[in-house]
Write a protein that binds this ligand. Structure first.
Ligand code: CA
Length: 428
């Protein structure tokens, strides 16, 4: 029995195994003349022979090497209603200096939807671009990089082009994308903008949807979009807008918000953002910090009590400690944010409010004289005196009082200091 068994063993080909990212479609056994066929997991292309036959010669061996299953750089899909696209080498890191192009063509009248199963590329350097139709039409659908798995993408044409370009260093695991074809009968859900809201649910041709942004955010694009139908293409015109926290600007209105660029996402590197807050001249500006987090020692927020950076510096803020409320002495405030070339924190979210002035304006100084008193609130006084050789003309003390206009005002005009010699000469 053992002899027979041994002979049996010798008539076998050795089990060739299974390629990585592949499987056996069929396996007749490993005897002389028997055949194994292989296939690859979705998204992988078979290289080599998919059929292995155990040869009938003296030495038992397969007629071909085990095939391999490769995630390739680019490809063409035509007439397939579903499929998968993988970054080259997926799930192992892709190579440097790649430029891979995939085109998906589905039946005319249909559209292509892409669903991301996984996504990880070097942010801002290894970029995946998706076009509606061929790239030369310049109908970009999306440009993505980084480690956030993107939302689904839908074409309006029956062709989609995907391009993946990598730079000369740092590689990641890449991406896996499923595509499918479907028939469009209305416009797609235009989505809800981050940091904004939407009004209107219609998706039929002619329907409109309105967008607005949360306070402090600026609308990029048009607030109103319309569903358009051309033959069997349905699309929004113009494209849905987005809401972004701008880098600086002029802010008016009696209250509002100031956000670091991209807030609540980390602010960009190497940015100079300047804001001017201007409220009605009867008011001052009260600025409260809702959240604050910037890189200590390298990124700063400077706040000035006036229209520009020549005004009095109230403070330079950094780190993640929430500063106290700040108040301007007049109706203008200048904010300057400076970020360096590396490391970004979440940034800041500030709220300002116009507040009725409860103090007189800075009365300033007099020529050839000095002033005593730095408090300008209602009831406070400031006193002027002249240097030796000068004589004070007018009243030396001013009091901040509620004026006829129901606003704090100094009760008298500021005095002046006259040169004694000139006074004597004038009297002669
Ligand atoms: Ca790279």
């Amino acid at each position: 029995m053992s002899v027979v068994s041994l002979g049996f063993e010798l008539s076998h080909c050795q089990d060739p195994g299974v390629p990585q990212f592949g499987f056996k479609v069929s396996d007749q056994g490993h005897f002389a003349g028997s055949v194994i066929t292989y296939g690859c997991d979705q998204g992988y292309t078979l290289h080599g022979s998919g059929i292995l036959k155990c040869m009938t010669r003296e030495r038992r061996a397969w007629d071909n090497h085990l095939p391999s299953c490769i995630a390739e750089c680019g490809g063409r899909f035509k007439g397939e209603s579903t499929g998968r696209i993988l970054s080259p080498g997926y799930p192992f890191p892709y190579d440097n200096n790649l430029r891979c192009t995939w085109t998906i063509t589905v039946n005319s009248g249909n559209i292509v939807s892409l669903q991301f199963l996984a996504f990880d590329t070097e942010a801002s350097h290894d970029i995946l671009k998706v076009w509606d139709g061929p790239p030369e039409n310049e109908m970009s659908l999306r440009e993505v990089s980084g480690s956030l798995v993107p939302e689904g993408i839908h074409s309006t044409l029956n062709v989609v082009t995907i391009q993946f370009e990598t730079d000369f260093y740092i590689t990641k695991s890449g991406f896996a994308i499923d595509f499918s074809s479907s028939v469009a009968t209305a416009c797609r859900d235009p989505g809800m903008p981050m940091n904004g809201s939407r009004n209107g649910e219609g998706r039929e041709p002619g329907d409109t949807v309105n967008f607005s942004c949360d306070p402090g955010y600026e609308l990029q694009g048009e607030s109103k979009i319309t569903c358009i139908q051309v033959d069997n293409r349905y699309y929004w015109l113009p494209s849905p807008p987005s809401c972004i926290a701008p880098c600086g600007g002029n802010v008016t209105g009696s209250s509002g918000f100031i956000l670091s660029p991209n807030f609540p996402l980390p602010y960009p590197h190497s940015k100079d953002c300047d804001w001017l807050i201007a409220v009605h001249s009867d008011y001052v500006i009260s600025l409260a910090f809702i959240s604050f987090s910037i890189e200590p020692n390298y990124d700063f927020l400077y706040i000035y009590d006036g229209p520009d950076s020549n005004s009095h510096l109230i403070g330079s803020f950094q780190d993640s400690k929430l500063p106290e409320k700040i108040e301007s002495s007049a109706n203008l405030m200048h904010l300057a944010f400076r970020s360096d070339g590396s490391v970004s924190y979440k940034g800041f979210h500030l709220e300002y409010k116009a507040k009725l002035r409860e103090a007189c304006f800075d009365p300033g100084n007099v020529m050839n004289g000095t002033r005593l008193g730095n408090d300008y609130k209602l009831g406070s006084t400031v006193t002027f005196s002249c240097e030796a050789g000068y004589l004070l003309q007018g009243h030396s003390t001013l009091t901040c009082m509620m004026g006829n206009s129901k606003r704090p005002e100094w009760d008298r005009a500021k005095p002046s200091c006259q040169d004694l010699d000139q006074l004597v000469q004038a009297s002669l």
